[in-house]
Design a protein around this ligand. Structure first.
Ligand code: TYM
Length: 344
């Protein structure tokens, strides 16, 4: 018998992505995810949600969670995600995600989850004390994506392993239930400028909400002074910027600042080097600070403006959830039939 590739998925192209409401968003979230959402919404049907179910895999204060969801929604709007173009909704308002996640819990293998590096990073030495939800977190993520049969998932590089798992779950479901073209098998959209923004204090660590040093990241809510000061203080080396990307490789901090400049300006790293080669950080940092303030300043301001009207945000989220359910429900109904549920 010859090994034939399964028939390809033929449904529409769709974007889906989400962000957890677990703290201030930073430049990495903005460049790795939000900017791509705003761009891709014009290319195909787009669903952008706030991952409040993922958030509770680690303790969240119930009195604050709803407002944290609104903050992420405000960040989407301020980054240019347009509720007239894209569907913006809270994950908890679309129960089809969790229903599909149960089926996927029965498709995914323990060995696959054991390999997830984010669980290992978050759990550290005491995994027995973590919630079961944190362990099965990537399975819910697969359900988020596949309940819309999404073909494009814009994320930062740190989510790549979760998206590979999504692909494995889709492939095993399609294979085991003999529905070869049911779920799309697509890869993440996690390349390009901004996919991996590093800490301003350590070029080998990812810029992260959980870094104890606020100087390691630029928050979307930072004002112009804070942005400029953090860039001024960013760790660098004494060498001038080189002409080629190869020469930048052994200089993680320099590489990171060049990458940030390129992503903010919609250019490649090589373009930036061509402009600044031979210049030291004394000249480059003020230019980067000006650019960052020009691009991010309005985002923080717009976020505050949207947040001053929570009822408007809630109306956008409720309308988005209603539309998301209309798309998710038929997929779940098909899955129930395929699996052979009594209620299918
Ligand atoms: P979260 O909330 O940790 O991060 C949101 C998005 O920001 C990206 N990101 C970065 N990109 C570049 N450089 C960085 N330093 C950086 N830090 C974060 C992340 O890659 C992500 O795209 N599991 C997801 C949320 C989620 C999801 C989904 C995403 C749940 N279900 C389905 C896509 C599809 C998360 O925790 O992202």
């Amino acid at each position: 018998m010859t090994d034939q590739a399964p028939p390809a998925f033929t449904g529409p192209k769709r974007v889906l992505s989400g962000v957890q409401p677990t703290g201030d968003l930073h430049l990495g979230n903005y460049l790795g995810a939000l900017v791509k959402f705003a761009r891709m919404q014009h290319e195909m049907e787009t669903f952008i949600f706030v991952a409040d179910l993922h958030a509770i895999t680690q303790w969240q204060d119930p009195k604050l969670l709803k407002n944290q969801v609104r903050e992420i929604a405000a960040a989407y709007l301020a980054s240019g995600v347009d509720p007239k173009v894209a569907t913006i909704f809270p994950q908890s308002a679309v129960p089809e995600h969790t229903e599909l996640a149960w089926v996927f819990n029965c498709v995914a293998r323990l060995g696959w989850l054991d390999r997830m590096t984010q669980f290992k990073d978050k759990a550290g030495k005491h995994k027995e004390r973590e919630s079961v939800g944190l362990y099965t977190y990537p399975v819910l993520q697969a359900a988020d994506i596949l309940v819309y049969k999404a073909t494009h998932v814009p994320v930062g590089d740190d989510q790549r392993q979760h998206l590979e798992l999504t692909r494995d779950i889709a492939a095993k479901f399609n294979h085991d239930f003999e529905v070869p073209a049911f779920f799309p098998l697509r890869d993440a959209v996690s390349e390009g400028p901004g996919a991996r923004v590093m800490s301003l204090r350590d070029g080998s660590a990812k810029m992260s909400k959980s870094d104890p040093s606020d100087n390691s990241r630029i928050n979307l809510t930072d004002d112009a002074d804070a942005i400029a000061q953090k860039i001024r203080k960013a760790k660098t080396d004494p060498e001038p910027l080189p002409e080629t990307l190869d020469e930048l490789k052994a200089r993680p901090e320099a590489q990171n600042l060049v990458g940030i400049y390129a992503a903010l300006d919609g250019r490649t790293d090589q373009d930036v080097l061509s402009e600044f080669a031979g210049q030291g950080f004394g000249a480059f940092k003020p230019k980067l600070a000006d650019l960052a303030v020009a691009k991010l300043g309005p985002v923080g301001g717009d976020m505050r403006r949207y947040l001053s009207d929570p009822a408007e945000i809630d109306a956008i989220l409720a309308a988005g959830a209603a539309h998301a359910r209309e798309v998710a429900a038929p997929t779940l109904a098909e899955v129930k039939k395929i699996v052979g549920y009594w209620a299918g």
